[in-house]
Write a new protein. Structure first.
Length: 557
């Protein structure tokens, strides 16, 4: 038997008409549908706007289905269905006189309908009931033992959680976590990785972009270390099935430190990554970014324009946000209004209005950007252009007199233009709105304490590059750099400026190769060439430049 429904009215509108839900509550719940894998009814209940009984009554009216009420003469038909299936698809099949009744909380569950059709050739009537009531009847009738097992599981979890809370508050665990964070800060780590494997746990530090093993913590403390970190970040230590994000603020060695904590479940337990943000260490001056003189001059000129879009591209962790912060700090003169939309807000900038996106409540980049333009800004920074909606609003904002900064995840500057086209932005809009694209990577700097001279660059490349031949340097390793030969990082860049020739080429729909030819004729210099200049200045090594530029389309590699 196949069941067809003809909905008279959407459930949200029905609840509003019944007076059980306010229109603004419905609008708020609908915004969650984009980011939460739940139905509207589940969202309304979780927000506390309606009760389960309200939803049941609305479903009854919506699908013209009666609400099930048990009778004394009811009997229950046996079914050959696994207990696992019943956990996620609870239902019962009731015999009442000459009539069969299928009882479920979800009349749209096709798996239930199919299972019942397979097991019985007789017609049945569909009725609905509360989910907990259906589960209780199914448990009693079919002897599933669900409630007992779930209760035992719950009690075991509670005991485990209490134990972890106690351990996380013990002196050895507190001392271990504090020492872990102190060590990471002192070693200039940007991230702490606590990783769970089959054999236990491993802790690693990311220093100058490279992961280094720290140690394997004692087995008896491994669960408590994660719990301690989650407690500090005000996260739910009982929740180990879904990712969580939190924040810790502390003072270490007289420095204000912000720690961004992210947890992720894995098959062997939870993994935790702690991002270290040292407020006092960041100096938002463009001169500290390591741009070559001509690139910095051109970039300063771009950010002085009153309107247009400026994009910064590169992979995660390439310093895009810091570059944008430096640009905003430079133009923050006090007589203009600057608003940012970020995910997350990494550093708080004085005199700038900063907003963090929250997709779980519907505050996405696109929706936030729509609201920002109504706040009368002069300059807008949107953390990332991810879709056509965001891109179109950014373009329109730039064309109506705003200077817009944003980022894209592309390998190089020229690919950003193609990426915008692929997203769906028209060629002529890109040529009209885009001012320039800065692509960047971070390379490790040679340790100044152990820097030694090596052979000339031409001996390694096999040819003399455009910037000429010159001796190279390397770090031999010392106590200052923990034997790595590197200390700190610096940026290498390529800057595409939208000259008249480039604008015409983009408007005509030229392909990537043709755009590259036009850009080169206009003086565009690829990132690898900027890396060679950093090598020539003795700031980094050829191995570093090749490592970060590998995969970027240029003939030198």
């Amino acid at each position: 038997m196949t069941v067809f429904f003809h909905k008279k009215e959407k459930i949200g509108d029905l609840l509003v008409r019944q007076g059980k839900l306010q229109p603004n509550q419905l609008e708020r719940a609908l915004t969650h549908l984009e980011s939460v894998p739940q139905g509207l009814g589940e969202i309304l209940i979780s927000l506390g706007f309606v009760s389960e009984e309200d939803i049941l009554s609305a479903l009854s009216e919506q699908y013209s289905l009666p609400i099930f009420t048990p009778h004394e003469d009811d009997s229950y038909l046996p079914l050959e269905i696994s207990k696992i299936f019943h956990r996620t698809h609870p239902f019962v099949l009731v015999r009442r006189g000459e009539k069969n009744i299928l009882v479920t909380h979800n009349p749209l569950d096709g798996d239930i309908l199919s299972s019942v059709e397979i097991q019985t050739s007789e017609p049945f009537e569909l009725q609905i009931a509360l989910e907990n009531d259906v589960k209780k009847i199914a448990d009693d009738v079919y002897d599933l033992g669900l409630e007992d097992k779930e209760a035992e599981h719950y009690i075991a979890d509670e005991a485990d959680i209490d134990k972890l809370k106690d351990m996380a508050s013990e002196a050895p665990v507190i001392k271990y976590v504090n020492n872990l964070i102190d060590t990471a800060v002192n070693r200039r780590a940007s991230d702490i990785h606590i990783e769970s494997y089959e054999g236990g746990q491993l802790i690693r530090f990311r220093i100058d972009g490279i992961l280094h093993d720290y140690e394997i913590p004692p087995t008896s403390m491994q669960g408590a270390i994660i719990s301690r970190t989650k407690l500090l970040a005000a996260l739910d230590i009982a929740e180990r099935r879904i990712p969580q994000d939190g924040k810790i603020s502390m003072r270490i060695g007289g420095k204000e430190i912000d720690l961004r904590v992210s947890t992720m479940p894995s098959i062997y337990g939870e993994g935790v990554v702690i991002r270290i943000l040292e407020k006092s260490s960041i100096i938002l001056e463009m001169s500290n970014l390591g741009m070559s003189g001509d690139i910095e001059h051109q970039f300063r000129k771009l950010i002085s324009y009153p309107n247009g879009i400026i994009l910064v591209t590169g992979p995660t962790g390439s310093g895009k946000t810091t570059t944008l912060y430096c640009a905003l700090n430079k133009i923050n003169s006090g007589n203009n209004k600057i608003i940012t939309l970020e995910d997350p807000v990494e550093y708080q900038l004085k005199g700038i209005n900063q907003t963090q996106v929250r997709p779980e409540i519907g505050l996405t980049f696109a929706k936030g950007l729509r609201s920002i333009v109504r706040q009368d800004p002069d300059v807008i920074m949107v953390g990332e252009i991810r879709d056509l909606d965001t891109a179109e609003i950014a373009v329109q904002s730039s064309l109506t007199g705003h200077l817009v900064f944003s980022t894209l995840h592309t390998n190089d500057a020229l690919s950003a233009v193609i990426r915008m086209i692929d997203i769906g932005v028209e060629h002529f809009l890109i040529s009209s709105a885009l001012r320039g694209v800065l692509a960047q990577r971070l390379v490790r700097c040679i340790c100044p304490q152990c820097r030694t001279e090596k052979n000339n660059v031409s001996e390694h490349l096999g040819y003399t590059p455009e910037v000429g031949d010159f001796p190279m340097f390397t770090g031999s390793g010392c106590n200052h750099c923990s034997g790595s030969g590197y200390s700190g990082r610096i940026g290498i860049y390529e800057l595409l400026t939208m000259t008249d020739a480039m604008c015409r080429a983009v408007a005509k729909g030229k392909n990537l190769g043709e755009l590259k030819d036009v850009a080169t004729s206009e003086g565009f210099r690829e990132m690898f060439q900027d890396g060679l200049l950093k090598i020539k200045e003795g700031k980094t090594t050829l191995a570093e430049v090749v490592r970060v530029c590998r995969g970027i389309s240029n003939g030198a590699l």
